[in-house]
Design a protein around this ligand. Structure first.
Ligand SMILES: O=C1O[C@H](COP(=O)(O)O)[C@@H](O)[C@H](O)[C@H]1O
Length: 223
C-alpha cells in the first residue's frame, strides 16, 4: 500500500465532501456553483476533486479572490485552477475568473461583478483558505478597503494592501456568505494557532477569518 501524507488524505476527504455537496445540490438545481480559494494549500484538493465523478458541465467554478495579474502569471489563482482543477472531465465545468483586461482592479471590478452575479447563487460550496495573518480571500488585516469589503453589498471589491505586492480583487464578505456550505482548508501548526486565536476573540479587523466562523465553517486541517 502506498503511503498517503496527512495533507493528501485531507485533500481527498475534502474533495469527497465537496463532490457530495455538489451532487446533492444538482439533484434540485440545473447548476451548482463552487467558490474556491487560491494559494498553495488547495493544489492537492483540486487534483482530488478533478478525479471525482460529477456532471461537470453543470458545475460552475469561481474564485474567492485574485491578484490583479494576467492569467499566465505564476501567482495567478485562475492559472492554478485551470492547471489543477479544470483537468480531464472537470474541464467541462464553466470557469468565471476574477480579472479583466482593465489595467487596474478598480477599473475592472464592475465587469467582473457582472460576470460573477450571473452565476448560480447561492453557491453550493465556498472553500476558504487562510493566511498566517488571519486573512481569508483578499480580506487582509492591512487592506485599505477591509471595512468596505466586510460591509458592502457589492459583489467584488478592488483591494490595495501594503503587505502585498500586487493589487487584488476579492469577493465581498456578503457575497462569500451567500453559500449553502462553507469549508476552511488549512494546514500546519501555525495556521491552527491562528485559528485558535480567531476563535478566542471577536475583532474581525484583527483576524478577518472571524467574519466566517459562524457560517458555520467546517474546518479541514492537517499538520
Ligand atoms: O493570498 C492568498 O492566500 C490565502 C492562503 O494561501 P496559502 O498559500 O497559505 O494556502 C488564500 O486563501 C487566498 O485565496 C490567496 O489569494
Amino acid at each position: 500500500m502506498t503511503n498517503v501524507s496527512p495533507r493528501e488524505q485531507l485533500a481527498r476527504q475534502l474533495a469527497e465532501a465537496v463532490a457530495e455537496a455538489l451532487r446533492a445540490d444538482l439533484e434540485h438545481h440545473d447548476h451548482a456553483l463552487l467558490v474556491v480559494s487560491g494559494g498553495s494549500t488547495p493544489v492537492p484538493f483540486f487534483t482530488a476533486l478533478a478525479a471525482c465523478r460529477l456532471p461537470w458541465e453543470r458545475v460552475q467554478v469561481t474564485l474567492a479572490d485574485e491578484r490583479w495579474v494576467g492569467e499566465t502569471a505564476d501567482d495567478s489563482n485562475a492559472r492554478l485552477v485551470r492547471e489543477h482543477l479544470l483537468c480531464g472531465p472537470a474541464a467541462a465545468a464553466t470557469f468565471a475568473p476574477l480579472t479583466s483586461d482593465h489595467p487596474t482592479p478598480e477599473q475592472g471590478t464592475e465587469v467582473v461583478a457582472e460576470r460573477i452575479e450571473a452565476l448560480a447563487w447561492p453557491a453550493s460550496v465556498v472553500i476558504l483558505g487562510m493566511g498566517g495573518d488571519g486573512h481569508t480571500a483578499s480580506l487582509f488585516p492591512d487592506s485599505r478597503e477591509l471595512d468596505l469589503a466586510l460591509s458592502t453589498d457589492a459583489t467584488t471589491v478592488a483591494v490595495r494592501t501594503p503587505s502585498q505586492p500586487q493589487p487584488r480583487i476579492t469577493l465581498s464578505a456578503e457575497r462569500l456568505h451567500q453559500a449553502r456550505r462553507h469549508f476552511l482548508h488549512i494546514t500546519g501548526g501555525d495556521k491552527r494557532a491562528v485559528l485558535a486565536r480567531a476563535l478566542a476573540g471577536d475583532d474581525v479587523r484583527e483576524l478577518p477569518i472571524r467574519a466566517f466562523l459562524a457560517c458555520p465553517l467546517a474546518t479541514y486541517w492537517a499538520p
